[in-house]
Ligand binder design. Structure first.
Ligand code: UD1
Ligand code: UDP
Length: 358
């Protein structure tokens, strides 16, 4: 029987495939091959998640690395196609919305290998966001569409996708629950932080951090918050490069900046933060699960359930607007939120069951 290729390439992919692999492993490990495209390659952007989430060694590492969108997508496509010709997988499973997701979906679909998409149907309706293009293309090419929320199914039907839609819940939450069981308070102790006495920040969207004016604005926002509460900022490599290039890094004097954090360290900080300031997709979902207030510095979100049901709110890149919301949070007047349906730790097993019968 032909094997199923499961693909991952960048940080947010690893949390999404880990629970599926765990479930598949308990079924029949030999039926699956794990492919790492190499889009993310630093230890703290990749390997640490394999260790902490118990993901097995990839069967193939494509080494795509960084580049412009076209360069990176092309590198993943050509190397993945070559690998497919050699290994002849019967099916391909991709996750999320990064360039590796779309590249492998295109490469596979063009040589008639059926594709399954984990986390399909999310839409920001903003095509200036590179991920939106990746989402639309991947969903159009996928025969199995695994969704995390009700809105996703509506979006997919509107676009007349041909694949079978399965509302399976959110595998990111499976990983969150998995790692939460291992938290021991050590991260807070090591960093000298007290519960609910700090704000956690992550920023890496090109629209926010590649643009000089927006990055300067963000730096002022962080400095403003640091006058109210401690600010902890694990810095994504894209953001670090730009903070250094534009000379804003030195200006963030009272902000505790760190390298990207491993998953356990990051989740411990996230769970115990007073609030989180972010532009990440996954972090919006995780804070909703933890019921920690989240301010998302973006004009839109492909995860509206985190706003309508969860603790998330969108916020303009405007210091006054952000500080106003921060004061509401500190004054304990933020919404409490609830956990969306099927964000229950069982998405991986639902996906694995469907894959087993595919
Ligand atoms: C990518 C995804 C984005 C996702 C993010 C998660 C696309 C289009 N974007 O953005 O959806 O939210 O990952 O973190 O796929 N770099 C390193 N070390 C690494 C990886 C990257 O230093 O291990 C640096 C390189 O300078 C690189 C830059 O970060 O040029 C950007 O990396 P890239 O993968 O192109 O995009 P991300 O911003 O990470
Ligand atoms: N994350 C992490 N360490 C960090 C920042 C984020 O482990 O320093 C985790 C976070 O908990 C979430 C995932 O990375 O599970 C989100 O990835 P990212 O924000 O890079 O991508 P996005 O979700 O925006 O695509």
């Amino acid at each position: 029987m032909k094997k199923t290729a499961i693909v991952a390439g960048a940080r947010p992919n690893f949390m999404k495939i880990a629970p599926v692999l765990r479930e598949l492993k308990s079924n029949n490990d030999d039926d699956f091959l794990l492919v790492h495209t190499g889009q993310h390659y630093d230890y703290l952007m990749s390997e640490v998640f394999f260790k902490e989430l118990g993901i097995r060694e990839p069967d193939a590492f494509l080494g795509a690395g960084s580049g412009s969108h076209a360069e990176q997508t092309a590198k993943v496509m050509t190397s993945f196609e070559k690998w497919c010709f050699e290994k002849n997988p019967g099916r391909i499973v991709v996750a999320g919305d990064v360039n590796s997701t779309m590249a492998c979906a295109i490469a596979g679909a063009k040589i008639s290998i059926p594709v399954a998409h984990i986390e399909s149907g999310l839409r920001s309706f903003d095509k200036t966001m590179p991920e939106e293009i990746n989402r639309i293309v991947t969903d159009q090419l996928s025969a199995l569409l695994f969704t995390t929320c009700m809105e996703a199914e509506i979006n997919l039907k509107r676009e007349n996708t041909f694949g079978n839609i399965h509302f399976v819940g959110n595998p990111m939450i499976d990983s969150l629950i998995y790692i939460s069981e291992k938290l021991d308070g050590k991260t807070l102790d090591d960093m000298g932080l007290d519960k609910r006495e700090y704000c956690l920040v992550t920023l890496h969207r090109p629209a926010n951090v590649d643009d000089r004016e927006n990055l300067e604005n963000l730096s002022e926002i962080l400095n403003g918050i640091s006058e109210i509460i401690k600010v902890v900022f694990p810095v994504h490599p894209r953001t670090l490069k730009n903070l250094e290039y534009y000379g804003f890094k030195e200006k963030l004097k009272n902000v505790l900046m760190t390298k990207p954090l491993g998953y356990k360290n990051f989740i411990e900080l996230e769970k115990n933060a007073k609030f989180v300031l972010t532009d990440s997709g996954g972090v919006q979902e995780e804070t909703t699960y933890f019921m920690v207030p989240c301010l998302t510095l973006r004009p839109n979100t492909e995860r509206p359930v985190t706003v309508t049901e969860g603790t998330n709110e969108l916020c303009d890149l405007d210091k006054t607007a952000v500080l106003e919301k921060v004061r509401i949070i500190i004054g304990q007047k933020w919404k409490k939120g609830s956990i969306p349906d099927f964000w229950d730790g069982n998405a991986g097993s639902r996906i694995a069951c469907i894959l087993a019968d595919w």
